[in-house]
Ligand binder design. Structure first.
Ligand code: AMP
Length: 282
């Protein structure tokens, strides 16, 4: 497995592969890898002849400095996992390599960023837009793989690719969960044992909402009950709980089999902010 740390090393590696008609799959990550990331890698491995993973904790997408500095880092273990997953190359740049100066450009994704994550993390999707644009321009993959767990990020990346005509397909991979249902996340490493138990409230709430919606209940009734459930967990502090159209992110009133709809949640457990979502289908 090649370890590439500069933009020019990546270009030197990728250009002959593209000339040779190799199909390049790309998985951008912030490291502290888990089975969720590895399932993106496995999807890439299935449909591409070359798989490239990036590991970069993007300072621009953190609106909270302590969340950035506390973000878990374990590069040795990450490289071992990626080697075992038959990844061909890892792009592991420094912040100075990607951002020799603060980007002058900024993105506004309109409606997509004025709700949910956008409301609670101002500037987050600008940071995502910039780093994803740079990585796509550097790696030049045929397919880039993103997790459904970050549903709004998927919408923003698809808008970016469509609006700027990036020559890449975006493939979305299902959320991988722990046995008890907690969505895998690098941030889970920061939960202590009590918080880890409390974190189950996210998946339980999503399932409660999904079951009630499938029974035909209206969202405004369900939401009230679900919020009461969350309030019973002393370590939980809810930021949002919404029932949305998975593409437009518009609020939904009840289940509609003609649409792709999801329940989405963001909730602090102690100091750790977790997000999750569940597709609702009849
Ligand atoms: P991150 O390192 O958190 O930026 O995540 C890198 C990619 O992995 C993103 O596309 C995430 O949506 C995806 N991802 C994170 N957690 C999971 C999970 N539990 N299941 C599937 N994909 C995930």
């Amino acid at each position: 497995m090649k370890i590439l740390s500069t933009i020019s090393e990546v270009r030197t590696y990728v250009n002959p592969l593209r000339a040779d008609n190799q199909r390049i799959g790309f998985v951008p990550t912030m490291g502290a890898l888990h089975q969720g990331h590895l399932s993106l890698v496995a999807s890439a491995r299935q449909s591409c002849s070359v798989v490239i993973v990036s590991i970069f904790i993007n300072p621009l997408q953190f609106n909270n400095f302590s969340d950035f500095t506390a973000y878990p880092q374990m590069i040795e273990k990450d490289l071992e996992l990626l080697g075992n997953a038959s990844v061909d190359a890892v792009f592991f740049p420094t912040a100075d390599e990607l951002y020799p100066s603060t980007p002058a450009l900024s993105f506004n994704f309109g409606i997509l960023e004025h709700s949910l994550e956008g409301t609670f993390r101002p500037g987050h999707f600008n940071g995502v837009g910039i780093v994803v644009s740079k990585l796509l321009n550097i790696v030049k993959p045929h397919i880039a793989f993103f997790g459904q767990k970050d549903l709004q990020q998927v919408c923003v990346v698809k808008a970016l690719v469509r609006d700027l005509s990036f020559d890449v397909s975006i493939e979305v991979v299902d959320t991988i969960r722990e046995q008890d249902g907690l969505a895998m996340s690098s941030r889970n490493l920061r939960l202590n044992a009590t918080e880890r138990k409390a974190s189950l409230v996210l998946f339980q709430t999503l399932n409660f909402c999904k079951d009630e919606l499938i029974k035909g209940e209206f969202w405004f009734n369900i939401r009230e009950k679900a919020i009461t459930m969350i309030q019973q967990e002393p370590l939980a502090r809810l930021e949002y709980l919404e029932f949305i159209d998975s593409s437009s992110l518009e609020n939904q009133e009840c289940i509609d089999s003609t649409k792709h709809q999801s329940v989405v949640i963001a909730c602090f457990i102690g100091e750790i902010r977790l997000i999750d979502n569940l597709v609702v289908k009849v």
